[in-house]
Design a protein around this ligand. Structure first.
Ligand code: F0G
Length: 350
């Protein structure tokens, strides 16, 4: 069967009917990659759900195909979002494909280069706000409540509907739900969506159990862990640099209903996991994505997994090429030498 995107594949679980005109870039169907290296460390079978391989390089495409399809169906002419970068890249691409005007508000100076390039080349109207993501989201909420512009942040329930399909794919691949699911948490839409997906699959009889949800925030931007709004969130994982998540309550529900947890990981732990993924598994992700792996390594060290066996899935939310500056900053510069055989052989140690 030709893959025609998540709405076609999972339409019985989604708010569409036969006359819905679907806006898709054939998103989804991302690989679930076993990690031998991490399985050895953790003591469970670790799988990486590599969402960086979606059309715009992040999981946001799953929600955006749904949100833009519905915006079109409902007659919208323009859409708007606040974004730390990936949502804006995705909204811009799907809007371009469906001739919608797209306006994005980003925190000035705090989005990765690749994401900015994407929003710009897809012709979104990009406005850098002198403030953080939370400030930008407040503005977008106010504007979209007063003017005929559709909000496509994950407060839009269609975004969650689309994003829940990642759990369906995982269950289809593993033939059941995993024991644990680890995921980075920013605005908290994705953990909400995964949990909804796992529950719906179980209710429909496709799976026999539910995973424990393990969410990870960056230590400098960990409002849910601290139980209070963080006014000035800080982390090098700019995708999750959020101090007041929109889906805070539903993230707590996912944590509590599943018997899981939401914890924080430091920037150093994130960078360590980021390098491990690239250098041991050959998987290049953006820093925020590595929070899920940093988190399970932290939990393993505390003995958390000791009495468990089975499968654990880590969502890797975005591609490493989104943020090339971070990669280059954290690795030694390449040497530059004369184009001379002896010199090169000497450098290689031959
Ligand atoms: N990882 C990446 C790469 C992200 O871009 C985001 C969120 C998250 C994790 C966290 O997901 O917000 O559903 O908890 N990025 C949003 C954006 C905020 O604007 O692109 P979440």
């Amino acid at each position: 069967m030709i893959w025609r995107g998540i709405i076609n594949k999972y339409r019985e679980f989604l708010p569409v009917n036969d006359s819905t005109d679907i806006v898709t870039l054939n998103e989804g169907n991302t690989p679930l990659i076993p990690s031998e290296y991490l399985s050895d460390i953790i003591g469970l079978n670790v799988f990486l759900k590599y969402e960086g391989l979606n059309p715009t390089g992040s999981f946001k495409d799953r929600g955006m195909t749904m949100a833009i399809t519905k915006a079109k169906e409902e007659g919208a002419k323009a859409v708007m979002c606040a974004s730390t970068g990936n949502t804006s890249a995705s909204a811009a691409a799907y809007s371009a494909r469906s001739s919608l005007k797209c306006i994005v508000l980003i925190p000035d100076g705090n989005i990765a280069l690749g994401k900015l390039a994407q929003a710009m080349i897809h012709n979104a109207q990009v406005i850098a706000v002198q403030g953080n993501f939370d400030d930008a989201l407040n503005l977008v909420k106010e504007i979209t409540s007063k003017y005929p512009i559709a909000l496509v942040n994950s407060l839009n329930p269609y975004r969650i509907e689309g994003q829940k399909t990642a759990s369906f794919e995982i269950c289809d691949s593993l033939k059941d739900a995993p024991e644990f699911h680890a995921i980075p948490v920013g605005n908290a839409g994705n953990i909400t969506a995964y949990w909804k997906g796992y529950k719906e699959y179980k209710e429909s009889g496709k799976t026999s159990k539910l995973p424990k949800m393990l969410g990870f925030q960056a230590a400098g931007a960990a409002p849910i862990v601290k139980g209070r709004i963080v006014e000035k969130p800080e982390t090098l994982a700019t995708a999750i640099r959020i101090g007041n998540p929109a889906s805070w309550k539903s993230a707590e529900a996912a944590r509590d209903e599943s018997g899981g947890l939401i914890d924080s990981v430091t920037d150093d732990q994130i960078i360590e996991a980021y390098k491990l993924l690239a250098q041991k598994d050959g998987v290049f992700v953006e820093p925020a994505s590595a929070a899920s792996v940093a988190g399970i390594i932290k939990l393993q060290k505390s003995g958390y997994f000791q009495s468990f066996s089975g499968n654990i899935v880590c969502t890797l939310t975005g591609h490493g090429l989104k943020d090339p500056n971070i990669a280059i900053k954290n690795i030694k510069d390449p040497v530059t030498l004369k184009a001379d055989l002896k010199t090169i052989l000497n450098e290689i140690g031959l």
